[in-house]
Design a protein around this ligand. Structure first.
Ligand SMILES: [Zn+2]
Length: 273
């Protein structure tokens, strides 16, 4: 099933898809083990940095082979594609879905760039996600506000024909200094004026009850990256502290298992269990 069709299926339910970033074999395996144990579909995401690190063909094929190996229903998605060219490369390589993030550009330019990617993706039958509003990226100020305006969201989706829209309703990337307060009323208003699948970035550290509420108000995809990196590295560091083992195959499994436990917890939330 195409991701865009899956999104449509989810619109009227209180279930969402979890989209997890992966960075290497170990994080990929940790995430997919969770999907296996929860018997859940999942989205695997790659950013430009991860693609640069792994190499595009290897990153994609590693994900595809692992999905098949585990017999999972999963999609491969470009997270925060920052240019038409990168989106085009990923589509050509065979990604199921790409995000074109021109959210920091003016409204008209965001529409123009997104429209171009939507036109290209349609030739591949692929899904496109865009972003409207300001969701602080790592290192950016979380003070600045730029919540998605419902009227603009409606126009944006109508004009671009985008399948999924990341909205700014109070989340940010990275960890939160204090518990994030999401503007869920705004989310409901955005839902009323658009039929695109709504996406929540910055899912790390958002309380589960809030995630459930956001899903019931129309969020179809929740992104998780920071918590994966964090639990993996913390577990690995703790393991290495008292360890002289040089067989790396004996060192990584604890960190892989920690990722699996984390992702299982989140999968239960998005699957409303
Ligand atoms: Zn994001």
């Amino acid at each position: 099933m195409r991701l865009q069709d899956k999104y449509k299926e989810l619109q009227s339910t209180s279930v969402a898809l979890l989209a997890t970033n992966f960075y290497n074999f170990e994080t990929l395996e940790g995430v997919l083990q969770a999907a296996v144990r929860c018997n859940s579909p999942i989205i695997l995401q790659l950013t430009r940095s991860s693609i640069d690190y792994l190499g595009l063909p290897l990153a994609l094929q590693m994900a595809r082979t692992a999905i098949d190996y585990h017999g999972l229903k999963a999609w491969v998605h470009l997270d925060h594609g920052d240019s038409y060219e990168l989106a085009a490369q990923c589509l050509d390589a065979g990604f199921d879905s790409v995000m074109i993030d021109a959210s920091e550009k003016p409204f008209r330019e965001n529409i123009k760039t997104t429209k171009k990617v939507v036109a290209l993706a349609s030739k591949y039958g692929a899904c496109v996600e865009a972003e409207l509003g300001y969701v602080a990226k790592l290192g950016q100020s979380t003070e600045k506000e730029g919540f998605t305006m419902p009227e603009e969201a409606g126009r944006f989706v109508d004009e671009t024909g985008v399948d999924a829209l990341a909205v700014a309703i109070g989340t940010s990337h990275g960890f939160y200094k204090k518990e994030p307060r999401l503007d869920l009323e705004r989310l409901s208003r955005i839902r009323e004026v658009t039929n695109a699948a709504l996406v929540l970035h910055g899912g790390s550290g958002v309380p589960h009850a809030t995630l459930r509420d956001a899903i019931s108000r129309g969020i179809c995809k929740i992104n998780l990256a920071t918590e994966i990196k964090n639990i993996f590295m913390k577990t690995l560091k703790a393991k290495l502290e008292n360890e002289s083992e040089i067989d790396l195959r004996k060192v990584f499994p604890d960190a892989i298992d920690a990722v699996t436990s984390l992702v299982m917890e989140k999968l239960n939330v998005v699957n409303n269990k």
